[in-house]
Design a protein around this ligand. Structure first.
Ligand code: FES
Length: 106
């Protein structure tokens, strides 16, 4: 299973394995990753699954749909490498992906 690493602002990191087909958010929730709230359960209606994708990965991800981009604007301190983790679906190509959780979720 692909390994995904979550970092927080304190420099702590945790690497978990997430099954293909699940979202990064679903893997985070199943593995008790702190900093991912996912209040809407993946419906792209809350932006509380916001993450910053490590730069070298960002351009290789499928592009965000307009609706995701709009929702990212509602997130706490969005940056150009922001994504909603509920919209990042795990495939073998994402093995090694590194994301950082923001200071807080909106
Ligand atoms: S879980 Fe609500 S937008 Fe991702």
């Amino acid at each position: 299973m692909p390994k995904i690493t979550f970092k927080d602002l304190s420099g702590n990191s945790k690497t978990i394995e997430i099954e293909n087909g699940l979202s990064v958010m679903e893997g985070a929730i199943q593995n008790d990753i702190s900093g991912i709230d996912a209040d809407c359960g993946g419906g792209m209606a809350c932006a509380t699954c916001h993450v910053y994708v490590e730069e070298k990965w960002f351009d290789n991800l499928p592009k965000a749909e307009d609706a995701e981009v709009d929702m990212i604007d509602m997130a706490h301190e969005p940056k150009k490498n922001s994504r909603l983790s509920c919209q990042l679906i795990i495939t073998d190509e994402l093995n090694g992906l590194v994301v950082a959780t923001p200071e807080k979720q909106s």
